[in-house]
Design a protein around this ligand. Sequence first.
Ligand SMILES: Nc1nc2c(ncn2[C@@H]2O[C@H](COP(=O)(O)OP(=O)(O)OP(=O)(O)O)[C@@H](O)[C@H]2O)c(=O)[nH]1
Ligand SMILES: [Mg+2]
Length: 354
Amino acid sequence: MMYKQIRKLLQKSDTFIFQIKQLSSNTNEIVATGQTEILPACNSDSRLLKVAVIGMPNAGKSTFINYLMDRKVCPSSAKVHTTRGKARAIFTQDNTQIVFMDTPGIVSDKEHKKFNLEKTFIRDSKNVSRDADMIGIIHDVTNFWTRDRLDMKIIKLLEYHKSKPSFLIFNKIDALKSKRKLLDLARLLTENCLDGKPMPGTKSFNREGSDMKGWPYFQDIFMVSALTGDGLEDVRNYLISKAQPGEWLFPEQVWTDQSTETIITNTVKAKLLDFIPQEIPYNLKPCMEYFNVDETGEVTCVVLVQCPTDRIVKLVAGASDGKIKQITESVQKDLQETFHNFVKIKIVLTSQEQ
Ligand SMILES: Nc1nc2c(ncn2[C@@H]2O[C@H](COP(=O)(O)OP(=O)(O)OP(=O)(O)O)[C@@H](O)[C@H]2O)c(=O)[nH]1
Ligand SMILES: [Mg+2]
């Protein structure tokens, strides 16, 4: 069954070939033989930049990438820990390829244990930063509790990769009333320095070690709204200008390293986080039951959501199935913005009590 669907995909849609090969290596379900491989471009003037997107949970990392991609590649939600493993989003324009690397929010060892999070929460931001040419720190300026300093885990990560260029993004400026606050934050979070030098007309705070509230070696700082797109055109142009001569990592048509199935199930998971209250959605497990792409690129799929109890099935379904209908519509809308094509999806709830 799976083999047939994938052969069909390989024949009908170039865009998916790379993803499907990825899928095959993950699941060992198919071996794509006899197909012509699409190789990344390697002409003499191609340019490449790999950007690690790092930040605290819920800072807006995935939303930031999606806006720059003009595609919902990385599922996002209003709750923390939506992104649970690294994922690459590939932006290609003219001779330049930018590979954005999304990561789970940075957590402490204590939080990692307390919330029983996957190893990827500790591992991925480190690995991704090591692989990147540049590190972008996304900082939520609306979070009253965390906005006045960079988290020490982030400062340590930057210290570890001190030789790598980094930049700071103040995100969610649309939701900040006092624009003056942005200036104060810019001073605090950079230790009053850019690229190690005091900002014009000022002095460095000269703090060290655990006294540091920011990082003095950011090359640049941007103030954006990943939700409205305010300021992001400048970020895109900046990143394009930072790309260096080099072979692309992906063919021009490829925009993700994630399988189609993973994107769909993660989008369902993100919507469950948005629609279902409190901690409940963290215990729901979506998995792909059926998946097909027709000759026009239209996706049809059925996603099974395993719920721990019958009571939770009822809660997720809502009165007269109203809630699950709403969730399905919202998933469908997002996936259309992901695949730029029609997506037909059915979500089926099952109980583990049965
Ligand atoms: N007002 C406002 N909200 C934003 C902005 N950017 C992101 N958000 C919201 O912030 C929430 C978290 O966004 P995500 O993109 O999922 O954040 P994340 O950093 O990827 O979160 P994790 O993957 O859970 O670590 C969502 O509800 C977004 O809509 C922004 O610029 N302004
Ligand atoms: Mg995320």
